[in-house]
Ligand binder design. Structure first.
Ligand SMILES: [Zn+2]
Length: 300
């Protein structure tokens, strides 16, 4: 069985993925973030087109179940922009599901994830989960157990929202140590919100993919550490584990509004990485690493 990347238009060979924004959102909404929904398909298309104009070929939407991923609209956006789109299943923190959560949340979370990965008309290619700040609460443990079960059933990669970039090693202990998920199938997200070089290195040594998502206004407090964080990881031998994404989560963050949005990854950040850290590392981060991180030996 060969490894394939599961896009919203079907499975493709990893080598077809191309320049990839490894963590972003075309649609997302949460009762915890009122009035900030990404729910405009035209604006999503404009952002994809702006990304494509700079050579962008793939975007991974980390919007999980129940947060308005508008999955049925993703194939059309992918076709019209020419950008591969990978969708997500999974579940975020409980606060993103309103005051009634977990009411309305299916009992069989793993079954829901497996269905969205393998049985839905538009299939997800990633399981998104979330930790808590410097710890894993009961909700996180419950969702991660279901994600691990769905991983074992499908081989899907698991993308983790680390709250404030924290609890990376707790997540790996739980997913890999307890639930047997191979570390290289775990993508730790938001690491640059907590630029602790020791933790980054330990997560790399454990074998996980390391996702840095920014630059953005939301992360302005740590954006300026991004280049040195990447350089430190590359120096420690983890260049092949680093991923970058723009993580656009509000309409204002798009390139067509206040920005910087998806295109800045390629127009602003990539040239700096090439200049300061070398073209080979830029290619690893934007092309080679995503093609491995999101590929799976999909089980039916
Ligand atoms: Zn995100």
């Amino acid at each position: 069985m060969s490894e394939l990347v599961r896009t919203v238009l079907g499975d493709i060979a990893p080598g077809e993925l191309g320049v990839c924004d490894a963590h972003d959102h075309l649609f997302i909404g949460s009762p915890a973030l009122p009035g900030q929904e990404l729910d405009d398909a035209d604006a999503a298309l404009a952002e994809l087109n702006a990304f494509a104009a700079l050579g962008g070929r793939a975007v991974v939407q980390w919007t999980p179940w129940g947060m308005g991923p508008r999955t049925e609209e993703l194939p059309g956006l992918s076709r019209r922009s020419g950008v591969h789109v990978i969708g997500a299943t999974g579940m975020h923190q409980a606060r993103h599901y309103g005051p009634d959560a977990p009411a309305g949340v299916p009992d069989d979370l793993a079954g829901l994830f497996v269905h969205e990965l393998t049985g839905a008309p538009v299939k997800a290619g990633l399981i998104k989960v979330a930790g808590a700040y410097h710890r894993l609460d009961d909700h996180a443990r419950h969702v991660m157990a279901a994600a691990a079960e769905a991983h074992h059933a499908t081989d899907a990669p698991i993308g983790v929202h680390l709250e404030g970039g924290t609890a990376a090693m707790d997540v790996l202990d739980l997913l890999c140590g307890r639930h047997g998920v191979p570390p290289h199938r775990v993508i730790l997200g938001h690491l640059h919100r907590f630029p602790d070089p020791g933790i980054h290195r330990a997560a790399g040594e454990a074998g996980a993919f390391l996702a840095f998502d920014g630059p953005s206004r939301v992360h302005h407090a740590t954006d300026w550490r991004l280049l040195e964080s990447i350089a430190a990881l590359a120096d420690a031998g983890h260049a092949h584990r680093i991923l970058l994404g723009a993580d656009t989560v509000t309409p204002a963050a798009r390139s067509t509004a206040d920005g910087p949005g998806m295109p800045f990854l390629l127009g602003g950040l990539r040239p700096r990485i090439e200049r300061e850290l070398g073209a080979a590392l830029a290619t690893a981060i934007f092309v080679e690493n995503p093609s491995r991180a999101f590929a799976a030996r999909w089980r039916p």
